[in-house]
Each structure stands twice: as structure tokens, then as C-alpha cells.
Design a protein around this ligand. Sequence first.
Ligand SMILES: *[C@@H]1O[C@H](CO)[C@@H](O)[C@H](O)[C@H]1NC(C)=O
Ligand SMILES: *[C@@H]1O[C@H](CO)[C@@H](O)[C@H](O)[C@H]1NC(C)=O
Ligand SMILES: *[C@@H]1O[C@H](CO)[C@@H](O)[C@H](O)[C@H]1NC(C)=O
Ligand SMILES: *[C@@H]1O[C@H](CO)[C@@H](O)[C@H](O)[C@H]1NC(C)=O
Ligand SMILES: *[C@@H]1O[C@H](CO)[C@@H](O)[C@H](O)[C@H]1NC(C)=O
Length: 338
Amino acid sequence: MFGLLRTDQSRHVIIFVFYILEAVFAEESHTMHHPNHLQDIFVKEEYHFLNVPGIGTFTVYDTFDCTFECLSNPSCLSLNLAASKGADGKLWCELLTSNKDINPGELKENKTSHHFALKGRFRPTSCVEYGQQSASKDGIYKIYDDGGNSFPAYCDLTSEAGIAWTLVMSWSRENRLISAFYNTALQINAPENETSPNWDRYRLSLERMRSLQVHSTHWRATCSYPTHGIDFRDYLRGNFKDFDIVDFLGNGECKRVDYVDIRGHNGTNLTVSFWQQKYSYTLHTDSRLAGSCKFDASVGAVSGEDNFGFYEVMNPKFRCTQAGNSTTQWWFGAHLKK
Ligand SMILES: *[C@@H]1O[C@H](CO)[C@@H](O)[C@H](O)[C@H]1NC(C)=O
Ligand SMILES: *[C@@H]1O[C@H](CO)[C@@H](O)[C@H](O)[C@H]1NC(C)=O
Ligand SMILES: *[C@@H]1O[C@H](CO)[C@@H](O)[C@H](O)[C@H]1NC(C)=O
Ligand SMILES: *[C@@H]1O[C@H](CO)[C@@H](O)[C@H](O)[C@H]1NC(C)=O
Ligand SMILES: *[C@@H]1O[C@H](CO)[C@@H](O)[C@H](O)[C@H]1NC(C)=O
């Protein structure tokens, strides 16, 4: 059906070979039986238009020519193509560096256009790639783990300029005694609702946490992010190089963080005391027990006050434990490249 009226046969042979190569290298290839079919390489959305800036518009004779242009351009992730030919017998074809995973909500029904998305070229392993592709809305995005499986994850792309954060776990004070949030170290596999990100009861499997860790440089903890966003009050951020929170086990060890705030006490580039034990403590600090660590938030603390996890003793002045519906989040992230 493609280009039957064209005489340039050799070009179609080249295109055919290109399709096979792309199909072989696409990760979906093992499920393919006919790698030369357009639908194995592109997902077609009939009568749709992805409303994002393009990287070039061509006039072409047929669908094949337009998809070929996209395959030939390494930054092309999808394309819009005229649904019917113009007076000159040609179609307009617009290449895009984005797709509907990156810009959900921008795929619109449209009588004059079809949309084609290239399979397999964009396989983000964290929210950082979405930030890198200029996705600008916070929300759920499709992420691939190192096992090649996709899962929905919550991305915070806006709260800290130039950094993208992937949500790793979140729970409400009401759920504080569930063992994944109370007495299970991060290095133990204890997923909770891992395929439906939510604020009240959510923790990724260890495999997915590790996969995100590989693609992240930093971690942070936040309090009631859905209500307060990020204003750096009751907030903790560090980097994996100084402190690998996934593998750490210890009692009151001083670890360096980039920034910490607990109830308005705050500091930059200093040590904080941390606890984590495989089956007794989820990662947390205790603001009453600074020990020999630099950060001291004992003024205004309650005796044994737990912060950012293992809420055995709670202070209502700390935003993570203010009320039953207060929530705690842990995130992994990295700076976007310029
Ligand atoms: C359909 O897409 C064309 C571009 O091809 C655009 O100019 C037009 O505004 C779109 N129409 C609707 C209803 O979105
Ligand atoms: C989370 O998991 C619990 C227990 O498995 C379930 O009752 C709850 O509905 C889940 N919540 C969401 C938002 O999926
Ligand atoms: C950091 O501490 C100072 C007082 O030392 C306080 O004025 C400021 O509000 C604190 N910052 C945050 C984000 O709470
Ligand atoms: C943080 O503090 C340590 C020890 O005081 C110092 O060696 C390091 O350069 C500091 N890092 C930054 C980014 O300021
Ligand atoms: C908890 O619920 C109260 C009352 O409905 C509400 O005012 C408050 O904003 C909620 N807090 C959080 C952290 O969601």
C-alpha cells in the first residue's frame, strides 16, 4: 500500500531495510513477527494531533516518507501527518521531539491530522528524562525499570528549578505503623501499591528503588508535599555519594546532608544523626538526639521525637506528623543537564 505509484524502487528497499533495523533494535522486537510493518514501529492515533512545537515540517507523498524522516532524525519521537492530501497531491508531515507520555493532555482530536509515535526510542528510567525533554507538569509519568518493565511514577518537575524528583515512597501519619513505613529498612523489598502512586500508602519495590537510584544523584524527604509543596520547612536533602540511604544500616550515625530543616531549625552541608535497621527502623532521624552530629534541633523537640519516618514518638509541630492526614515523602532525583 505504500508508494505504489512511486517509481523509485531502490529508495523503498532502503526504507524497508531501515524499518527492519529499527525493529530489530527496538526492545519490543521479540514480540514481533513481521518487523516490516509500520504498526510495529509506530503507534498510530487516527485523527489526532499532538500540540507541541515541531522540529521541522516536510511535504511528502505518503505515510512511509514521513515515518522515514522521523526514523532518520535521532531526536524525533513522534509526528503529526496530514489526514488527507492537499491540492498538490502531497501531505504535510511534522516531526516532533516529544510524545504523549512527555506531554499528556496535548494529544487532541483533530479532523485533519493523524499522530504517529515511535515505539522504543524514548524509554525514561526516571523523572529526570522527562524534565530533560522539557515536560513541565507535575504528575504521573511512565518510567522503565532496569528489568525493562514500565510503571507509573509521580514526578515533581517544578518545585526545585533544574532538578527532577521521582517519588519513591509516601505515607500518611494514619498509616505510620504499616511495617513498610515503620520498621523496614529501604534495602528490604516491601512494596506498597507500587503500581498506583498515591500519598497515603505507597512504596516502590526494592528493584525499582535500586533502578531509580542508579539514575539519581540526590535524595530528599518532604512533609505533606501535596498540601505545602516545597518551602524548605521540614525538609531534608542529601546526595547518594555522601550518604547512600538505601544501603545504610546504623543507630544514630552522623551523615552529611545538603540541607535540613526540622521545625524551622535548619542548616546547610552538615551532619545529621540517622537510624535504620533491617526489621526495626525505617530510615529516620531523631531531633532530640543529635549525638555528636552537627545538626541540633533539640530546642522545641519532644523526647525521642522521630522525624521523616519510624513515627513512634511524634511532634505535632513537625509537618509530617501534625495530624492523621499529614504525609511523608521520600524522593530520588538529579539535576537536569543544560
Ligand atoms: C488541527 O490541527 C491543525 C494543524 O494540523 C491545527 O491548525 C488546528 O488548529 C487543529 N484543530 C483543532 C480543532 O485542534
Ligand atoms: C493500597 O493498598 C491497600 C492494601 O493493599 C489497599 O487497601 C488500598 O486501596 C491501596 N490504595 C491505593 C490508592 O491503591
Ligand atoms: C531557617 O532558620 C532560620 C532561623 O535560623 C529561619 O528564620 C528560617 O525561616 C528557617 N528556614 C526555613 C525554611 O524554615
Ligand atoms: C561541606 O563541608 C565539608 C566539611 O566541612 C567540606 O569539605 C565541603 O567542601 C563542603 N561542601 C560544600 C559543597 O560546601
Ligand atoms: C488535613 O485535614 C484538614 C481538615 O480537613 C485540612 O485542613 C488539612 O489541610 C489537611 N492536612 C493535610 C496535610 O492534608
